[in-house]
Design a protein. Structure first.
Ligand SMILES: Cc1cc2nc3c(=O)[nH]c(=O)nc-3n(C[C@H](O)[C@H](O)[C@H](O)COP(=O)(O)O)c2cc1C
Ligand code: SF4
Ligand code: SF4
Ligand code: FES
Ligand code: FES
Lengths: 606, 241
């Protein structure tokens, strides 16, 4: 047993050149075989890579999809985000638990199935959803959950749970997934006709500096959320000193409610790879990495195949497009369940085989990124825009959209609307108009930009979607009048508490405190002073946190305090009228001891 | 030579720095104390506690990780920053279990001293009373995770000064904890009581055995002077010379 484990570890490490920076691939591969990365395995990996056991343990313990304790042969991860909850995920979870005879987080006695929860898996338009090992299962309900549980208990393979395929490439032999694209509105930039290689040809006819100039002229800003001008980022990367440079595509898509990159990865990966290749040419890099979130592992074989076809066509490899000396290739780095790894410096840490801790900045990735070399990190959609800009010209792109936000944006909408899915719309569309498109005009509240964005009410539906008004990386979650705003905010705080990397004090400890106060109010134990406390503590967390996660994580509290304050006040007043006293209750405090000694207190007796 | 010097201001006072120095290092050299917990002069900056947050040209930055640059306008002792620092220190108190009255580190503890310096009477945050473990396996050293503030000084010291790697963090978020290079016991690592990592903990999370109360309460580092006084006094001495 132990010998075969040692052999597996040795061969796996060798496959990745005994390179410590490939730790993610190594532990993922070993876990796939062994079910977990056991204590013994930690020592073996450390020995093989010439590192320390605790270094390996540190990595394994960081990621939700990695485990040092054995799990079932099949792991069922049910999305427990708010959208799924609204669509009945609780009942689905209960059905699974009952049918399997396990509690949430537990493993069946025969070691076959583990049942867990997981944050947004990018299937909000077809919620409730779950991933079973790597296989996404969508549109779940109680009876489907029971049927699936039975099949798994009888030893059925997860792949066999899929009987009908979604449209487009979801039905591709290498995908074979039931996921549907739900592309509701096509636009001129991303969801448009494109012939592979055409943009590369145009780029290679120019100098790298001219390519960067065109990207600048197009006024393209990053689609991942922050909206940094792409041309400027590339310029910095190109002009930073380093022997090697890297191009990284951020396909972590972890912001709850965001699933637009999923449709790009499924339907137009060539466009994305083309954009990355152009970036390679522009910044002077020969190596690209796509960081693909663990939840999208079902797309990996398909994406690898697209890459190898591009190599065959001469669109990757050496002398690309016949250009002497231009070499570029791309590898896919799998993530393993960590929202923080969407933050670009945490993503780089993860690519380097470390915990997904963000890095201090400065230095910025453009100066010192992956393996301390200049690196540009861009979103999936950003690379698609780049390819189209080179193909159609920067002027064509710049004239679309709004003043500060050129082009179109993919929005993924979910929740209380009739047509959830992905829409390509010009920047500058009002939220109200967009809601009409998606059949969400009855909304009482809309979360724009995911939990890290803001919750707005009908008063703000006239605002426009763009970087300078209502900014979003793509997530739009719609909530009808029957929803409880504070429960939604609490759910989002749970998410941040779960996903904080824990590096810095305000985010690690502060979010827990905000979560606690919000719960207290929801439980009817809140007081008006709690609102001031939450405001103040939220501001401290925003101001002092080390990375973008902590700097935005109080937003669910702060934006509902700003836009939905009456919801808090009503709840607090109602409870006051019901006779709630926030003061210490001695009898309740004595409850446990009374039970233990079996009599009333003689001192505190009323 | 002169032209290489960087000039900037902290709360209106002009400060000079050498290229490559962080704001914190330059401030120390100039006798301006910026509160800090995870930073340590023998270690590389880490940026975890966030106590050293200052406003740089109006934007919050950690002084311990941000390089000084010409013309920076830095705010350090404003009422807003001081209250944020208090709040963070209070978070550290409530996310752990800190019973100063029977902690061996009392008086030498940087967390406690910081609370005094910032005039904290009682935390505004509710105590979390977490379950944390203690490791007393090592003959000379013990780890009490109830008091750990996750500053990574031990991690950095063991790796960079002792060349050992006894410590690392495992888990994430509120489950994050300082862990050791063995299955469960410090005694199974190559940690030695003479290691730099033994003495570098700012709180009472790593303490030497059989040395308790060698220095009586009342005669300890922060019993008479607030934390940071050494830095401020160095300036006073320099000025009077
Ligand atoms: C907590 C956190 C999560 C993030 N997740 C993502 C993500 O999933 N995808 C993404 O493209 N950007 C994400 N970002 C933004 C990235 O840090 C980075 O700004 C972006 O990838 C840059 O690409 P762009 O300029 O093309 O937008 C995240 C940021 C933070 C702080
Ligand atoms: S804000 Fe701090 S604790 Fe939160 S994710 Fe960023 S570095 Fe980690
Ligand atoms: S044990 Fe001490 S030095 Fe190590 S991280 Fe905890 S508080 Fe810091
Ligand atoms: S898949 Fe469940 S919220 Fe996105
Ligand atoms: S001293 Fe700067 S973050 Fe801790």
């Amino acid at each position: 047993m132990s010998d075969s484990l040692a052999a597996l570890v040795a061969s796996t490490c060798e496959e990745f050149g005994n390179d410590r920076t490939r730790m993610m691939d190594i532990v993922r591969a070993i876990q796939k075989e062994e079910g977990c990365v056991s204590s013994e395995t930690l020592d073996l990996i450390a020995g093989q890579l010439g590192t320390y056991r605790v270094e390996v343990e540190s990595v394994v313990s960081f990621y939700a999809f990695l485990s040092s304790r054995p799990k079932g042969e099949v792991v069922v991860r049910i999305c427990d985000d708010i959208i799924d909850e609204m669509k009945g995920a609780e009942n689905v979870a209960a059905a699974f638990a009952e049918e399997l005879g396990v509690e949430m987080g537990g493993t069946t006695e025969d070691g076959k199935v583990t049942l867990e929860r997981t944050p947004c898996i990018g299937m909000c338009d077809q919620a409730p959803a779950a991933i079973v090992n790597d296989v996404p299962i969508t549109n779940l309900d109680e009876s489907k959950a029971r049927a699936i549980a039975k099949i798994l208990q009888e030893g059925g393979a997860p792949a066999h749970l899929v009987t009908t395929f979604g449209h487009g490439n979801n039905a591709n032999d290498l995908v074979r997934s039931m996921v549907t694209n739900n592309i509701r509105k096509r636009g001129p930039v991303v969801f448009s006709d494109f012939s592979s290689g055409s943009a590369i040809d145009k780029a290679l006819a120019m100098t790298p500096a001219e390519v960067i100039r065109d990207v600048k002229t197009s006024r393209l800003r990053g689609r991942g959320g922050a909206g940094f001008p792409t041309g400027m980022k590339w310029d910095f990367t190109r002009h930073s000193t380093g022997d090697k440079r890297y191009v990284i595509c951020n396909a972590d898509e972890g912001e709850p409610g965001t699933f637009k990159d999923r449709t790009i990865l499924t339907e137009c990966p060539d466009l994305m790879f083309e954009g990355m290749t152009i970036a390679g040419y522009a910044v002077g890099s020969d190596a690209g990495i796509v960081y693909l979130r663990g939840e999208y592992a079902y797309l990996l074989p398909f994406l690898e195949d697209v890459l190898s076809k591009r190599r065959e066509k001469g669109l990757l490899g050496t002398n690309i497009g016949g250009k002497e000396g231009f070499a570029f290739d791309i590898r896919i780095q799998m993530g393993a369940g960590a929202y923080i790894c969407g933050e670009e410096t945490a993503l780089i840490s993860s690519c380097e085989g470390q915990r997904g801790d963000p890095k201090n900045r400065p230095p910025f990735p453009a100066q010192k990124g992956y393996l301390a070399s200049p690196t540009t990190v861009n979103n999936v959609e950003t690379f698609c825009c780049v390819a189209r800009i080179l193909d159609q010209g920067p002027g064509w792109f710049a004239q679309m959209g709004s003043k500060g936000s050129a082009g179109t944006k993919l929005l993924s909408v979910s929740g209380d609307c009739t047509s959830p899915g992905v829409y390509e719309v010009p920047f500058g569309i009002t939220l109200g108009d967009f809601l009409k498109l998606a059949g969400g005009e009855n909304a009482a509240a809309v979360q724009v930009g995911g939990p890290s964005g803001q919750m707005v009410g009908p008063d703000d539906f006239g605002k426009t979607i763009c970087y300078d008004d209502l900014a979003t990386g793509g997530s739009v979650m719609v909530f009808g009048p029957h929803r409880n705003i504070l429960e939604i905010a609490a759910k989002f705080m749970d998410f941040f508490v779960e996903e904080s990397c824990g590096y810095c004090t305000p985010c690690r400890a502060g979010n827990v405190l905000l979560q606690g106060h919000l719960k207290r109010i929801l439980d009817g134990r809140g007081e008006m002073e709690d609102l001031d406390y939450m405001q103040k503590t939220g501001e401290t967390v925003k101001l002092t946190s080390r990375c973008g996660l902590g700097q935005t994580s109080p937003n669910p509290v702060l934006s509902t305090l700003k836009n939905f304050r009456p919801a808090y006040e009503v709840l607090i007043k109602e409870k006051k009228e019901e006779g709630f006293k926030a003061a210490f209750d001695i009898q309740e405090a004595l409850g446990d001891s009374k039970g233990l000694i079996g009599r009333e207190s003689t001192i505190y007796n009323d | 030579m002169m032209s290489d010097r960087i000039t900037f201001t902290i709360d209106g006072v002009e400060v000079q720095a050498d290229p490559g120095q962080t704001i914190l290092q330059a401030a120390d050299a100039a006798g301006v104390y910026i509160p800090r917990l995870c930073a340590h002069k023998e270690l590389n900056p880490f940026g975890a506690c966030r106590i050293c947050t200052v406003m740089v040209n109006g934007r919050p930055q950690a002084a311990c990780t941000t390089p000084a640059a010409n013309g920076m306008i830095i705010e350090n002792e404003t009422e807003e920053l001081t209250d944020n620092r208090r709040s963070i220190v209070e978070m550290l108190f409530v996310e752990g279990n800190h019973y100063c009255m029977y902690c061996e580190k009392s008086g030498n503890c940087e967390l406690q001293a910081m609370a005094y310096r910032l005039s904290i009477m009682v935390p505004r945050h509710p105590y979390q009373f977490p379950d944390k473990d203690i490791d007393g396996s090592h003959p000379d050293i013990m780890i009490d995770r109830n008091r750990c503030i996750l500053c990574a000084r031990c991690v950095r010291a063991s790796r960079d000064l002792d060349d050992k790697n006894v410590f690392q963090f495992v888990g994430r978020g509120k489950e994050k904890k300082v862990w050791i290079n063995s299955e469960a016991k410090l005694s199974d690592t190559d940690m030695d009581v003479t290691d730099k990592a033994t003495d570098i903990c700012p709180v009472g999370a790593i303490i030497k055995k059989r040395t308790g109360y060698e220095i009586p309460i009342g005669q300890r580092a922060y019993d008479h002077k607030p934390i940071g006084s050494d830095i401020e006094e160095a300036k006073a001495t320099a000025e009077s010379n």
